[in-house]
Design a protein around this ligand. Structure first.
Ligand code: GUN
Ligand code: FE
Length: 435
């Protein structure tokens, strides 16, 4: 056994905060400690209580006065789009056709996919993100590179080989049968290997024929416990074109419902412009809307009504994500900063507790993985991030006037990025790469 005692100011949620002062929704331990044994959290609490449980030769790491939180979770990101970030396009479809599809074609080469996979994991761990839900490219080699790197790092990652068989360059197309066969091969090779999870990944209805959607349904039926990920209702032109391609469907959401993809553990990226009927269908099925604020602003896609959708009689489960490379930052702190500003524009408030809940337990609940990640609870995986709200001169100056935890979190969200990440632990192992 290897044991580490990690000391600092612990913050971990046990449910969604109901209001800005909801002290019952989280654990906060000013002088706290985590005892990490064999990659799991063996004990959590006040330092004085946890310390006696540690062995004599246990390594002790003192992170005071920094905050110790569960590793951050990113519920929607594109692994082959690291070199697409900051591409200048007017809207989603132009961005996809001009930059994104050509770039993804390069992932036919294993060597390229492996190089980017190394960079991908370095960057996510640099940002304190320990779990991501990733689209690979259409090429099985890209999924192999992604999962091999994850296995090496010991991370809990969810990924999928993208299925797409129309409306994209030849080099990015599979077929209904090939998409099915290769997805099955990826599942057999990687699902449950280390901490890897495979997701069934039809890109979106525009790039899948009805025949491919039917194969996706077959996969979803054969593997009812797997995650599903796709895109939904991101942009008005996209919605119009999608509905033209599936004239029998009631609306965009109904296309996925007809193929059995609306269910628990199904993650729908964006879902910005849903009708009431669509939001009801999402809510009733337990499917998840994944809010990608930096992407929605960057591509001009729209303002996701996060608070409104949670306030509905039938609330939709919401996760949050970067959507790299449509998104413009790898940082979940920056992501929630932009999410906050979107709610401001919609006349809504989102308090800092909610933001930090979303980045951790909220996303873990959306993934149905809260028993493993997203908290500092005993018995869960020791994926941990250490944050410093005084990481830069300007942050340090502002910290002088901060008088509460909530203000400190808000400062971290508003001014923080990878510079605020002191350390990232993956299964108990310090894993933050140098800058
Ligand atoms: N819709 C289909 N593919 C994509 C993608 O790669 N990024 C975004 N933002 N939307 C999509
Ligand atoms: Fe996306």
């Amino acid at each position: 056994t290897t044991e580490t005692l990690i000391r600092g100011r612990l913050l971990s949620f046990n449910r969604a905060p109901e209001h800005a002062g909801d002290r019952e929704s989280y654990l906060y331990e000013e002088d706290g400690a985590l005892l990490v044994r064999d990659g799991r959290i063996a004990a959590v609490g006040a330092y004085a209580d946890v310390k006696p449980k540690a062995g004599a030769d246990t390594t002790e790491i003192d992170h005071r006065p920094h905050l110790i939180l569960p590793g951050l979770i990113d519920c929607h990101v594109h692994f082959p789009q690291m070199q697409v970030i900051a591409s200048y396009a007017a809207n989603l479809l132009e961005w996809l056709n001009t930059y994104t599809f050509p770039e993804e074609c390069r992932f036919v080469e294993s060597a390229h996919a492996e190089r980017i996979a190394t960079q991908f994991f370095d960057e996510f761990l640099r940002q304190g993100t320990t779990t991501a839900v990733a689209y690979c490219s259409v090429h099985k080699a890209s999924a192999d590179a992604f999962f091999a790197e994850s296995l090496k790092r010991g991370t809990l990652m969810i990924g999928g080989k993208v299925m797409m068989d129309r409306n994209a360059p030849q080099g990015l197309l599979d077929t209904p049968q090939l998409g099915y066969d290769e997805t099955r091969a990826v599942i057999e090779q990687w699902h449950g290997k280390g901490r890897n999870h495979v997701a069934i990944t039809p890109r979106f209805a525009i790039t899948s024929t009805p025949e491919q959607m039917a194969m996706t349904q077959k996969l979803a039926e054969e593997f009812p416990d797997l995650h599903i990920q796709t895109h939904l209702s991101e942009n008005h032109d996209e919605i119009r074109y999608t509905c033209e391609l599936y004239p029998d469907a009631t609306d965009y959401t109904d296309i996925y419902a007809r193929y059995g993809l609306l269910r628990k553990k199904a993650l729908f990226g964006h879902a910005i412009h849903l009708s009431d009927r669509e939001a009801d269908a999402m809510a009733e099925s337990g499917a998840v809307a994944v809010h990608c604020p930096t992407s929605n602003l960057f591509l001009g896609s729209g303002l996701f009504p996060l608070k409104a959708i949670q306030r509905r009689e039938k609330p939709v489960t919401v996760a949050v994500a970067t959507d790299i490379g449509g998104g413009s930052s790898y940082s979940m702190l920056k992501t929630m900063d932009e999410a906050y500003k979107i709610q401001q524009l919609l006349g809504e408030r989102m308090n800092p507790l909610e933001s930090f809940y979303h980045m951790t337990l909220g996303n873990a609940v959306a993934l149905d993985l809260a028993d493993r990640i997203g908290t500092l609870n005993e018995g869960t995986d020791a994926d941990i991030v250490v944050l410093n709200a005084a990481a830069t001169p300007a942050m340090r100056l502002r910290m002088e006037t901060v008088t509460s935890l909530s203000e400190e979190l808000f400062l971290l969200q508003t001014m923080g990025d990878d510079r605020a990440v002191v350390e990232t632990y993956v299964a108990g192992k310090a894993s933050k790469p140098a800058n």
